[in-house]
Each structure stands twice: as structure tokens, then as C-alpha cells.
Design a protein around this ligand. Structure first.
Ligand code: PLP
Length: 438
């Protein structure tokens, strides 16, 4: 072993010892400890992986980013994954890729994209940014996904794509949605930011559409801190998406390409109007950004990826415990619903206070938060009512009544793997106390 390897080993040992001192779990004290809705679940392996990457000091996307991308693609059964610096960036890359001039059927300004009104704003923002017109459809209460019945009424001559999230990990009813997309020759982008590991009909969500996106923000199924990815089975779209992510450049070399490039003729590319050959690294065929992930983030992602099957199992278990117990309050609360064909890898546990219940959402979440149980609203609720989105060019199908109910009456609590039996029991006791107090 070289001195360098020895030092590295000592550092690993120290990092693990530091983890145990500084980061290991604090015992749960009901009422005093915060019951978060989500959070990073990690141990010394993530810390060691991150420190290891720092020791290598490969500051940008390097070998770990490439391995992380390969692992993600393998997990989803897809050919390509492109790590990005957030789920929002991944959404921007996916939409922008479909606007590429390299596509015969590219999305063009003024084209319409059907998308649910309930969701996260950065599913919609890239549509606006690319001059596309969102056509908002309503959701089904309980499932909170786009209502397939609304697709037909949303259709116009300009409809070119569907872009929707599998809300809070709950798979969209993909059979009718994909049939509709096929019938009308529409692109499909799946926002899988909250649904890594969810399946429909035995197939991972994210593997249905032309492109899909992931987020690794700490609340999500795995984390890299900030982070995300675009995944696809389509090699042409992958090339375009990579270019959009990487400054718009045509060159698609990874970190370890030979000096003459993966193409083998790096310095022989042509720019129209120039009689000299040009370096492929500086040939820009897309309007691009720089939205890449760093190797330090990817190092953490790799450690998390190994734990993903256990994380998914814990999320399902926690969801199921909450669901079994909260069913007795269905008179007041709309509990989550999901398709018979779906196997959700839940992000959270959504609840809608029924119109006519003897309490409001505010009453319930104030009670829960007062007992140190963290709650969240279903993101933007009805996005059309958000100040930043009220004035964008859009269409809606009807008045979006369910989206308004979500805006007013829906919230969620956590199911993440950081919730152990004691915390789940405490959440359930607190619901019982609330109902007793009515
Ligand atoms: C459905 C959905 N899409 C996109 C995003 C954006 O991801 P990020 O926070 O990584 O930008 C989120 C964020 O939580 C989300 O829930």
C-alpha cells in the first residue's frame, strides 16, 4: 500500500468516527423531536464517499458522475441517464431538447403542451421559457394526477406534447395516457422527480415517455444535495439533451475520452462558412446551458443508489402504516388513491380535508405543526392562481375545480425512511388527539 493509500484509509476511518460523533441518530422524544416530512438519510458511507471525491479533487462531472449516470440508467432499465444540477434543470433540459432543430417534429413556440394545473412550478416554467403554451387540466382528488378524462377536451390542432409528474410518487394511469399520446403523435415527458422506483404494470415510471426527469434534492428518494437527471431510452434525444445540458456543444465526450475525442476526429469538424476545420468541443449545435452535476454530488448519489431498494421498501411500509390507521377518519379526510396497476414508491402521504368537514386544513396542520409534526402543501396547488403564473399565456380545460380544492384543502405528511415505528405511532396518536379535540 502506498503512503497515499494509507493516508486515505486513515481519513476514511476518521470520517466514519466523525459521523458517529456528529451525525448519528438522536433518540426520539415525542412532542420535542421534530417529525420531519422528509430529509437526508445517510451514514458514514455518504460522508466517506464525498470526502473521497474531494481528495481526488475532480471538481466537475468526472468518473463518479459517469458511474452514477450508468447506475441510474440501469436501475430504470433505460439506456441513458444524464446527471444534472437539479430536477428543475432536468425539466428545462428535457423540454428544451424537444425544441431542438435537429428533430423533425420539434416543439415550436406557440405549440401546446398538456400539463396538470396541480404540481410543482418548475414542471411548467420550462414550457413558458421555451415559448410553449401550457394547457392545464384538472386532477383527480386522492390521486392528484392529471385526469385522463381531461385529455380529449384539452386537445387542439397545436397540441404536441404531454408533460406531467407522477404526483408524490403516485403513478399516473399510464394506459389511457400513453394510448392518447400515441393516437395523437404527442411527445411524453414524465416528471419522475417524486417517484423514483414507482412502477405501473410492472414497468418503472420514467420508462414510458420519450424523456423523464429525476430530482435528488434532500426530500427525494435519494439525494445528492442539489441534483437531478434526465433519463431516456432514445439515443438521439439523449445526445440532444446532453448538448442542452453541456453549454449546447455538439461534442458528447465523457470525462475519459481520448485527446482526439470519442469521435476520433475532434479537430476536423466543420462550421459553415469557415474553410478551416474546427474543434468539436466548441461546435455548438443547440441553445444550451451548463446544468451538470459535480463529482462530489455524484459520489454521494452512488452511495445513496445502493440504498435505494431499502429506501423504497421503507417508504412503502410507512405509507401503509399511516394508511391503515388513518382510514377511520375518511369521513373527514380524503385519503390517497392509486391505480390497481400501480406500485407507488411514495414520496409523501397526501391528505385532503373534505369540503364540509368540521375543521379546516389550517386547523389540522396548525395542530400537527404544534405537536412538532412537519407538514407541506401540495406544492403550488392550482398553479394558475400563483402570482408568477397567473399572467402566462395558457389555456385551461374548464374551471379546474379539483385543483382549487387542492389549493385550499390538501397537504401532506412524510413517509420517508427517517420515520421509524415510534415516529409513525406518534403521528397516528396526534391525529387521534386532534379528532378527540373536535
Ligand atoms: C414534481 C417535481 N418536479 C420538479 C421538482 C424540482 O426539483 P429540484 O428541487 O431538484 O429542482 C420538484 C421538487 O421537489 C418536484 O416535486
Amino acid at each position: 500500500m502506498t503512503e497515499r493509500d494509507e493516508l486515505r484509509e486513515q481519513i476514511h476511518t476518521l470520517v466514519a468516527a466523525y459521523y458517529r460523533q456528529a451525525h448519528s441518530a438522536v433518540p426520539f422524544t415525542p412532542g420535542e423531536s421534530r417529525v420531519n416530512y422528509a430529509g437526508r438519510v445517510y451514514d458514514e458511507r455518504e460522508l466517506t464517499a464525498a470526502v473521497d471525491a474531494v481528495l481526488d479533487f475532480w471538481l466537475t462531472a468526472g468518473p463518479r458522475a459517469a458511474t452514477f449516470e450508468d447506475g441510474l440508467a440501469r436501475f430504470l432499465g433505460l439506456r441513458h441517464a444524464l446527471a444534472a444540477n437539479s430536477g428543475s434543470s432536468a425539466n428545462l433540459v428535457a423540454v428544451s431538447a424537444l425544441c431542438s432543430q435537429r428533430l423533425e417534429r420539434r416543439l415550436q413556440p406557440g405549440d401546446e403542451v398538456i400539463t396538470p394545473a396541480v404540481g410543482f412550478p418548475t414542471t411548467v416554467a420550462p414550457l413558458v421559457q421555451n415559448g410553449l403554451t401550457p394547457v392545464f387540466v384538472d386532477c383527480e382528488l386522492g390521486a392528484y394526477n392529471l385526469d385522463p378524462e381531461q385529455l380529449e377536451p384539452a386537445l387542439s390542432e397545436r397540441t404536441r406534447a404531454l408533460f406531467f409528474a407522477h404526483t408524490l410518487g403516485n403513478p399516473v394511469e399510464m394506459d389511457p395516457v400513453m394510448a392518447f399520446a400515441r393516437a395523437h403523435n404527442l411527445y411524453v415527458i414524465e416528471d419522475v422527480c417524486d417517484a423514483l422506483g414507482s412502477a405501473y404494470d410492472g414497468k418503472m415510471v420514467g420508462a414510458f415517455g420519450d424523456l423523464a426527469t429525476l430530482s435528488f434534492y434532500p426530500a427525494h428518494h435519494i439525494t445528492t444535495g442539489e441534483g437531478g437527471a434526465v433519463v431516456t431510452g432514445n439515443s438521439k434525444l439523449a445526445r440532444i439533451a446532453q448538448s442542452v445540458r453541456d453549454w449546447g456543444r455538439d461534442c458528447h465526450c465523457r470525462y475519459n475520452s481520448p485527446p482526439n475525442g470519442a469521435c476520433g476526429r475532434r479537430f476536423e469538424w466543420r462550421i459553415p462558412g469557415l474553410d478551416e476545420p474546427y474543434d468539436h468541443r466548441y461546435l455548438f449545435t443547440e441553445i444550451g446551458y451548463n446544468l451538470k452535476m459535480t463529482d462530489m454530488q455524484a459520489a454521494i448519489g452512488l452511495a445513496q443508489l445502493e440504498k435505494l431498494p431499502d429506501f423504497i421498501a421503507a417508504r412503502k411500509r410507512n405509507f401503509s402504516c399511516l394508511y391503515q390507521d388513518l382510514r377511520c377518519y375518511e369521513e373527514f379526510l380524503i385519503l390517497p388513491t392509486w391505480s390497481k396497476r400501480a406500485d407507488p414508491s411514495w414520496f409523501a402521504f397526501p391528505i385532503t380535508v373534505r369540503p364540509g368537514a368540521p375543521f379546516s386544513r389550517r386547523d389540522l396542520i396548525t395542530f400537527l405543526e404544534g405537536r412538532n409534526i412537519e407538514t407541506r402543501l401540495l406544492f403550488a396547488g392550482n398553479i394558475v392562481r400563483q402570482p408568477g403564473y397567473r399572467h402566462i399565456k395558457h389555456r385551461t380545460v374548464g374551471d379546474l375545480p379539483n385543483s382549487d380544492i387542492v389549493l385550499r384543502s390538501t397537504f401532506f405528511i412524510g413517509v420517508y425512511p427517517g420515520l421509524d415505528d415510534a415516529r409513525i405511532a406518534y403521528i397516528l396518536e396526534t391525529f387521534a388527539d386532534f379528532v378527540d379535540s373536535l
